[in-house]
Each structure stands twice: as structure tokens, then as C-alpha cells.
Design a protein around this ligand. Structure first.
Ligand code: CP3
Length: 347
């Protein structure tokens, strides 16, 4: 299929495609038995991310099963800190654990010169997925991704997942020069990483800023909008027309300013966003993506049906991509996902 006729790419370029294209955040993952089997065989998540043949297979699994319009590269936002030399492990049942960066020497010790070599397996995965999709699913668009600089810096400073991220937020307020040095390092590494994904065959790129919504407006501008704008500018200098999706999770009304200033063409709405509000508040030049509650998908049945329809009704006639408002939950039954794809395709 000619790239210009892939439904997801058309929507990412501003066309009101209907029924809307659909893919789901975390569509490759633990709810799929074929994913769990491969992760088990490889002996862990990070090993899976850095083994191109396996990561490519896992990326394509949900496309094969459900006919998704998008295939999101199987990797993680914490590959960038790891590629910068920060030790990372994924502890079973505990999530990611990094050696926390709390002071100037630790931040100065990051090694941007390592990124090209350490991230090389990820780029090889992208090449393999692109070739695999061309053979198996020619209408599906390959999405590369990275974390937003703020969210990645949150993990780098805190060292693990947290409800508050007090250490990075204190650094942002208390020593903004130091925090800016970290953000700048992450911006540069992230731009390099996204550009290399595009060079390897990613057709669109998404920036996940999961913790953006914790910040007051002036901090949101400084640590979410400005760094995103800097990443986008660097990517655009090399790939002027590649579609970019931004996900400033829990941004609330700041979604509008983000959509106007961050430079991305598509903005992803989180679960808490009212799609009818966003439809009017965000320019029709911007494609919206989202935002079904992952719990509605887990529940299935009439709840799933009515929640999905409400979003479709709010978005009809506008450039839109159906997705969840956050990642798929591991206990989600696979037939709920199949039912959702049917509902969207029949809309
Ligand atoms: O299918 C896809 O969406 C592609 C792959 C992908 C993963 N993580 C795989 C993954 C993507 C796009 C991400 C992004 C990511 N990673 C984000 C941003 C989006 C969001 O969810 O807010 C964040 C914050 C992370 C950091 C991260 N990685 C956490 C907090 C965890 C542990 C939580 C969990 O679900 O276990 C991970 C691990 C992770 N990343 C898994 C997967 C499939 C689970 C690993 C496993 O198999 O045990």
C-alpha cells in the first residue's frame, strides 16, 4: 500500500478519516499470552527490548491478532537513560529501578556519547518491524517513540516510579539551573534517538509525557512545553514532515497551550480529558487521539460499548485517532480488545 493511503498516517496528517484509525497504548504486553511466552523465553523485559528479532515479533503480535492501524515499537521510555549510561533494571512486580541522580556530579556523569551504540538494537528492531509490516500488514503505520524530557527526568532523579516525584520536582524549583542541565541532556539524547528511529523506518513518532500533569502552569511551560518544542525542532530539522504525537498526560486545560506551542501535529488525550471540551478547545488543525478509560476496556460488555461510542460521537467529523487514555491493563481479556476494534470499525 502506498504510504499516503494508510489510514493512520492520513489521520496524523490532519484528515478526518472515518471510521477512525485505532491502535492502543501498551497494545504489546502482558495481556497477550504470546507476549508472556516470549518474555519468559528471553528472561526479562530489558532483554526483550534489546533483542531485535524478539522485540520486532512482539511489536507485530497485536497487529496480527486485531488488525490495528498502528504498530508501536516495543521498547520503553527508560531506554534513553539506560543508553546515557544510567544503570536500569526492571524488578518483577516493582517496575523500573534506576540509580537515582541527585546532584551535579551524577548529572555530569551521563554519557551522551554512548547513546548511538547502546540504542542500536532498538533501531534494528524498527528496521525489522518496518519490513515485517510491509509483508504482513501493509496498511499499518509504524510508530516510534520516546518519553518526554520531564517524565524521563522524573525517573532519572527519583530512581523509580512514585506518586509524587518529590525529588525531581524539588530540584526543578530549588535548583532550576541543575534541573535544566539534566533536561537539556535528555532533550539532546531524545532527539538523536527519535531521528535514528525515523532513519530506521518509523513513520510517526510519539512523545509520552506521563507525569506532565503534576506541574503548575509556569513549570508546565518550562519543563514540558519548552523541552518538547526543542525535541520537535531538532527532529523537524532532519525530517520536516514526519507526524509527531504528543501525550502530556493529565494536562487538563493546559492541553490547549501545549497543542499550540509544543509543535506536535497530534495531541493524545488522557482518560480524564472530556473529549467534547477538547473538540472545541483544540484547533481543528490538530488531530486528537484517545481516550477510552482502560478500566472500561477491562470491564468489557455494555460499559465498554457505551464509553467507546460517547468518544466516537464527540469526535465524529474531526481528525481523530481512537486509542485509550492510558496503557492497556495486564488482566484485560483479549476478546474485549477485539470487541472494541469492531465497535470502532462499525462506527
Ligand atoms: O505497546 C506499547 O505501548 C509499546 C511499548 C511501551 C512500553 N512502555 C512497554 C512496557 C511503551 C510505549 C512504554 C512507555 C512507558 N514506559 C511510559 C509512558 C506511558 C505510560 O504508561 O505512562 C512509562 C511511564 C514507562 C515506564 C515503565 N515501563 C513503567 C512504569 C513500567 C512498569 C509498569 C508495568 O506496566 O509493569 C514499565 C515496564 C513496561 N514497559 C512493560 C511493558 C510491556 C511491562 C514489562 C513486563 O513485561 O513486565
Amino acid at each position: 500500500m502506498h504510504p499516503a493511503s494508510k489510514p493512520l498516517l492520513r489521520a496524523l496528517n490532519g484528515e478526518a478519516v472515518w471510521p477512525p484509525p485505532i491502535w492502543l497504548m501498551r497494545q504489546a504486553g502482558r495481556y497477550l499470552p504470546e507476549y508472556r511466552a516470549l518474555r519468559e523465553k528471553l528472561g526479562g523485559f530489558l532483554k526483550l527490548c534489546t533483542t531485535p528479532e524478539a522485540a520486532a515479533e512482539v511489536t507485530i503480535q497485536p497487529v496480527r491478532r486485531f488488525g490495528m492501524d498502528g504498530a508501536i515499537l516495543f521498547s520503553d521510555i527508560l531506554i534513553v537513560p539506560w543508553a546515557l549510561g544510567q544503570p536500569l533494571r526492571f524488578a518483577e512486580g516493582e517496575g523500573p529501578v534506576l540509580e537515582p541522580l541527585r546532584d551535579a556530579p551524577a548529572i555530569a556523569g551521563l554519557r551522551p556519547e554512548l547513546v548511538a551504540e547502546r540504542a542500536a538494537p532498538i533501531y534494528e528492531t524498527v528496521r525489522r518491524v518496518r519490513a515485517g509490516l510491509a509483508a504482513e500488514a501493509p496498511a499499518t503505520t509504524l510508530i516510534g517513540f520516546a518519553g518526554g524530557a520531564f517524565t524521563v527526568a522524573c525517573y532519572m532523579v527519583e530512581g523509580h516510579g512514585s506518586k509524587e516525584y518529590a525529588a525531581p520536582r524539588m530540584m526543578a524549583h530549588g535548583d532550576p539551573v541543575l534541573f535544566a542541565r539534566l533536561i537539556d541532556t535528555v532533550v539532546d539524547a531524545t532527539a538523536e534517538y527519535l531521528i535514528a528511529q525515523a532513519a530506521a523506518g518509523a513513520e510517526a513518532l510519539m512523545i509520552f509525557d506521563s507525569w506532565a500533569g503534576m506541574l503548575p502552569p509556569n513549570q508546565f511551560r518550562r519543563w514540558v512545553i519548552e523541552p518538547t518544542r526543542a525535541i520537535v525542532a531538532k527532529v523537524r530539522a532532519r525530517y520536516p514532515t514526519i507526524p509527531l504525537i504528543g501525550f502530556p498526560r493529565l494536562a487538563g486545560p493546559m492541553l490547549v497551550e501545549y497543542s499550540e506551542r509544543a509543535g506536535v501535529r497530534t495531541v493524545a488525550m488522557d482518560t480524564a480529558m472530556d473529549p467534547s471540551w477538547a473538540r472545541n478547545a483544540v484547533s481543528p488543525e490538530i488531530t486528537l487521539q484517545g481516550n477510552l478509560d482502560p478500566l472500561a476496556l477491562l470491564a468489557g460488555g455494555p460499559a465498554l460499548e457505551s464509553e467507546a461510542r460517547a468518544i466516537l460521537d464527540a469526535m465524529r467529523g474531526r481528525p481523530f485517532i481512537f486509542n485509550l487514555g492510558h496503557g492497556i491493563l495486564p488482566p484485560t481479556p483479549v476478546d474485549h480488545v477485539a470487541a472494541l476494534v469492531r465497535t470502532v470499525r462499525e462506527s
